[in-house]
Structure formats: structure tokens, C-alpha cells
Design a protein around this ligand. Sequence first.
Ligand code: FES
Length: 114
Amino acid sequence: MAEKTFTVKVEFPEGGEETFEAGAGEYILGAARRAGLQLPSLCEQGWDLACAVKIVEGEVDQSDSRRYFEEDRKCGFALICTGKACSDLVIVPYQSKQMRKCRDEHGLPAPRGT
Ligand code: FES
């Protein structure tokens, strides 16, 4: 049986949008690359926040990320390098500074220098 796929819509902060399909068991960043869309990343382990996105709509499974807190979810952020779509998604990329701010506000660790 074919793997279930979800539609991921990317809304760029500067305007414009792109849409691609992501398999249920596939990392969203990898699915974006497969579709020819380059989004920021660095560690690709769910650690340094380089790939952070804001979730406008939908749910992301972060169980493969090295560090992801419940507060990250409450603030509406996802790490797409190691995040898998659980539904259709609308996301805004380039959110590492904003995600770091959320961590700071909650007294949680946030790697620097990225
Ligand atoms: S690339 Fe480092 S957390 Fe995703």
C-alpha cells in the first residue's frame, strides 16, 4: 500500500508560497528537498533550531528530534529536519530566532551561533 502523503504549504516571511507533498514517515525537510525546495538547516538532528518553522496549521511528529520541548509546541514551532507531518500543514520557515526567543522566555536551553 502506498504511504499516506500530506500537503505542506510553505508561506515565506517575505511573501510568496510553495507547496509540496510529504510522506507520513518522511522528514519534512527531506520532502522539501525532493521537491526542489531549499530550506535552512544545519545539524539535521533536531538540535540547533536552524530549520525552525512556525506551524500555522497542522500537526508535526517531533519524536525523532534530539531536543524538542512541549513549550516549543505550545509556542507553535517545529523542527522540520526531524519532524514528520501528521496532517496537511501550513508552515512559515526562517524562524530560528523566534524559536530561540520562545526557549529563552521559558528558561529552556537554546543553542547559539547558528
Ligand atoms: S537543522 Fe538543526 S534542528 Fe533542524
